[in-house]
Design a protein around this ligand. Structure first.
Ligand SMILES: [Zn+2]
Length: 247
């Protein structure tokens, strides 16, 4: 151990791919940089390698990127070379979100290894809430929709039922009036300025449902409510603004 360069145990081959995902901080990258330099790589080569790395790259990527890495360092890095890329590039489609919830969603998708997702709903005004509820009541089970909403939302659903037979525009107008009467924020967190609430469209993460759900749950808090289909037509995520904006 007396001759082992500082930081090298962090990429010890014997620990396998798991090592790569646990050594991602800038501090640790600096540590491996120091040790690789001690192994015969020039400072200039180290600096160049650092600057060429994408944000979020791990030590593993860092070490592998060093063309002049030799000896002990090269050997130890080889064992983890087959590990999957640590950072998934994520593409979000659909509604745009403010930076704070957007960055959180991207982080969740990266952790789940999902490269794209669609935000099917974001902030709503009273009219938009009425339209969403109307369309969900048309396409989903009435029982599920009643189950989904608290008392104010149930009152809006009652308006929908009471106006059955009228035109779509008339029903939505009646529902919107009820939403405004009750206060939009009491009906849905999508209408509540003290929350970030958005939905991820289920088809957009098809095949990755479990990884997505697990990744979301790892962020509760700051996520305080997470609804999944079929209770909610989408993956509903809500976060008190104060808990994200404070950071
Ligand atoms: Zn929602």
């Amino acid at each position: 151990m007396a001759t082992a360069p500082v930081g090298l145990p962090l990429v010890n081959a014997s620990t396998g791919p798991a090592t790569a995902s646990t050594v991602s901080t800038a501090q640790q990258a600096a540590s491996i940089q120091a040790s690789l330099c001690q192994n015969g790589v020039s400072n200039a080569a180290c600096q160049n390698a650092v600057q060429s790395l994408p944000a979020g790259a791990t030590q593993l990527a860092y070490a592998a990127a060093l063309p002049g890495a030799t000896g002990t360092a090269t050997q130890q890095v080889t064992g983890t070379a087959a590990a999957p890329p640590p950072t998934t590039v994520v593409t979000l489609t659909g509604e745009s979100l403010p930076d704070a919830p957007r960055n959180l969603l991207i982080q969740i998708l990266q952790e789940a290894g999902i490269s794209s997702a669609r935000v099917s709903s974001g902030p709503r005004n009273a009219h938009e809430q009425a339209v969403v509820m109307y369309e969900n009541l048309q396409s989903q089970s009435l029982a599920d929709q009643k189950e989904l909403y608290m008392q104010p939302g149930k009152q809006v659903i009652a308006v929908y039922e009471a106006n059955a037979g009228k035109s779509k525009a008339e029903v939505i107008a009646a529902m919107e009036a009820k939403i405004n009467e009750l206060g939009p924020s009491t009906v849905s967190k999508h209408c509540d300025n003290s929350y970030y609430a958005f939905d991820v469209g289920p088809p957009s993460i098809q095949g990755h449902e479990k990884a997505f759900v697990d990744a979301v749950k790892a962020h509760m808090p700051p996520i305080t409510k997470f609804l999944v289909p079929p209770a909610d037509p989408g993956y509903h995520i809500q976060i008190p603004r104060s808990s994200l904006d404070a950071n």
